[in-house]
Each structure stands twice: as C-alpha cells, then as structure tokens.
Design a protein around this ligand. Structure first.
Ligand code: APR
Length: 231
C-alpha cells in the first residue's frame, strides 16, 4: 500500500510548539505580513530573523511526541511504508526516526542565501548580514517558504499523490494552499483519504474518513491498524 501523509502544526502541538491558527496561535501574536512574507523581510529583516531565531530555539528544545514516533514506524520494515510531506519547519519527524521527509515549507534549522540561493545549516541565532559561506554576500534568510512564495518539491509531491492508495492529513487546518488541495488530487486519483485532527477542520467533508482527537492518542492507534492490516 502506498501511503502519503501530510502533517501540519497540530502534530507538533503536544511537543510544545504553538500552532498558527488555534486560539492563542502564532498568527494571533505576530503579524504574518511582517514576519512571513518577502515584503516583510525587505522592510525589516532583523525582525524576521528574530522571529525565526525564536522558532529555531523552541524547535531545538522540543522533543518528538508519540505521534511523530508512531509515523516513523511506517518505514517499510515491519509493514507499510509512508512518504511524509510536512508543512512544519521543525525537525521532529526526523528526530523520531522518519527518513526522507519532504519539508514543503522549508526548515528553520537551515539558512538560505538571498543572493546566490545556497543553503547551509543555520547557526542557533542568525542575522540578515551573516555572510553566505558560498558567495560571501547577503542577505541571509531562513530557509522557509513565505506567503507569496512557491512551496518546495511540488512536482515530487504531485507524483506521490497521484500514485497513493491512502492519503492522510494530520494536524493541519487545511487553510493554506497548495497543501489544502492535496486531498482532492489524491481522491481524484482513487486514493482513500483520511483527516486526523483535534477537531474536524473546515474542509473535513472533503475526506472520506475523519478521526478526531489529540495526535498523540489517535495517530499511534491508526498506525497500529495500518501495520496489522485492519485499517
Ligand atoms: N492533535 C491533533 N491536531 C491538533 C492538535 C493536536 N494535539 N492541536 C491542534 N491541532 C489542529 C488544530 O485543530 C488545527 O486544525 O492542528 C491544526 C493546526 O492548524 P494551523 O495552525 O493552521 O497549522 P497548519 O495547518 O500546519 O498551517 C499551515 O500555515 O502559516 C502557515 O506556513 C505555515 O505551515 C504553516 C501553514
């Protein structure tokens, strides 16, 4: 069985990382136009680095939870294998043992040269005038995809979705495209679709199955079912 799993901020919520759109979420504390757009970066690059320096520090302190760990069991050795596509910029899937994770919105632990496009492992604290190790120029920016920019690896994701037998969206509000449209692509190509979320998202009716609850409780049970062949 070919499985494609899309994860969002909700899977890392119980590791202590804030989501974006829940009550008290990041976008109620920060103006996304100022910290998560190319225009905001052009206006105030220091403020943008400060925002992502805090995200990087929080992510480094956080530990993978039972949901990340359960998904890492879908590695083909004791049953089905899943491709994990995440909107998250943390590395909790990798630290739980998942390999080949597709970070469609980039990674906060990486830096990107605004001049030549080189990428490298970010220092714990970054600044716009950090020189690029490749070309020596700047600005340096976090290697994250901002609103108004194209997510990474969309062709590869599209191919995975077209060939999937099962598509699962875990811990995402489904409000941000193109990820929010993956369920339609998967469904149109004959895949079964399931949403696993704290509460049904606004787009829950687009999924055939909806599993409601905290990711640390629902995901391990769901993975057990896949491995035993019951779901
Ligand atoms: N278990 C399962 N789901 C949860 C949990 C939990 N413990 N806690 C919260 N959720 C759900 C919420 O109900 C919500 O539907 O996770 C979802 C989080 O939604 P968002 O905050 O919108 O996060 P996400 O969907 O990942 O956002 C997409 O938006 O701002 C951009 O680039 C950013 O990648 C991000 C994208």
């Amino acid at each position: 069985m070919r499985i494609v799993i899309l994860t969002g901020a909700g899977i890392s919520a119980e590791s202590g990382l804030g989501t974006f759109r829940d009550k008290g979420g990041l976008w109620s504390q920060y103006d996304l136009a100022e910290v998560a757009t190319p225009e905001g970066f052009a206006r105030n690059p220091h403020q943008v680095h400060d925002f992502y320096n805090a995200r990087r520090e929080n992510a480094a302190r956080a530990k993978p939870n039972a949901a990340h760990v359960a998904l890492a069991r879908l590695n083909g050795t004791d049953g089905p294998e899943a491709a994990i596509v995440t909107q998250n910029i943390d590395d909790l899937h990798e630290r739980a043992g998942s390999r080949g994770v597709i970070h469609m919105h980039g990674e906060v632990a990486r830096s990107l040269c605004g001049a030549c496009g080189s990428r490298w492992d970010a220092a714990p604290e970054t600044h716009p005038d950090d020189p690029c190790p490749e070309c020596g120029n700047c600005p340096t920016r976090p290697d994250v995809v901002w609103f108004g920019e194209y997510p990474y690896r969309l062709d590869e994701i599209e191919r995975l979705l077209r060939n999937a037998d099962l598509f699962a969206a875990i811990g995402t509000s489904g409000e941000v495209y193109p990820a929010a449209g993956f369920v339609e692509t998967a469904h149109a190509n004959g895949s079964r679709t399931v949403e696993i979320n704290l509460e049904p998202s606004q787009g829950a009716s687009r999924f055939q199955d909806v599993i409601v609850g905290r990711a640390t409780e629902t995901v391990p049970v769901w993975v057990d079912g896949l491995i035993s062949g019951e779901s």
